[in-house]
Write a protein of this length. Structure first.
Length: 182
């Protein structure tokens, strides 16, 4: 019985297998969440291919699935561009973890100085560290430097015993996007 289940799982995995061209086509079609998920499934096949690793990490970032960037980050080291990209992706993950730690455990991170990136969480991190926010009802409110119609709310919420960090984007006081990190 167990052998039958293992064989069925193997067949199903093979039938859903994706190759690098499929990944590139999905990436070119801006289907970043699909690329991020499928890249995780075929990671072992392409773990030494820097083009694949960069597409994998970039897609996860664009899909706000940044925890999944860990796999490609650790293999981006062979070329100058790969190392630069690894630092970029790692910076974003580190900022997320520091913000989560600061909000969850009331840690002062105002002294932290990290490289700047254009990812929204990095912009929020920078504003948080500089104290450029309004604190209302245990949530941190940030304005957008480039668009007065946009604002952001950063908060920690506990559900089922797990604290998660929520970054909500508002346009004219209406939620347009919710990102969840832990």
């Amino acid at each position: 019985m167990i052998k039958t289940i293992i064989i069925l799982i193997s067949i199903l995995q093979f039938s859903f297998a994706t190759n690098l061209n499929d990944i590139k086509n999905l990436y070119d079609s801006k289907k970043f969440a699909q690329v991020c998920i499928k890249s995780g499934n075929i990671y072992q096949n392409y773990k030494d291919n820097e083009e694949f690793l960069n597409i994998f990490a970039s897609s996860c970032l664009k899909a706000d699935m940044i925890n999944r960037m860990v796999l490609p980050i650790i293999k981006l080291y062979k070329t100058k561009e790969a190392r630069e990209n690894a630092v970029y992706f790692t910076t974003i993950l580190f900022e997320k973890k520091l913000l989560y730690y600061a909000l969850s455990d009331d840690l002062d991170i105002s002294y932290v100085n990290l490289p700047k990136t254009n990812y929204i969480l990095s912009k929020i991190f920078d504003k948080y560290v500089k104290g450029e926010y309004d604190l209302k009802n245990d949530a941190y409110w940030f304005s957008d430097d480039n668009n007065s119609n946009l604002s952001y709310k950063l908060s920690i919420e506990e559900r089922n015993g797990v604290k998660k960090m929520y970054l909500r984007t508002y346009r004219k006081h209406k939620i347009i996007k919710v990102r969840v990190y832990w």
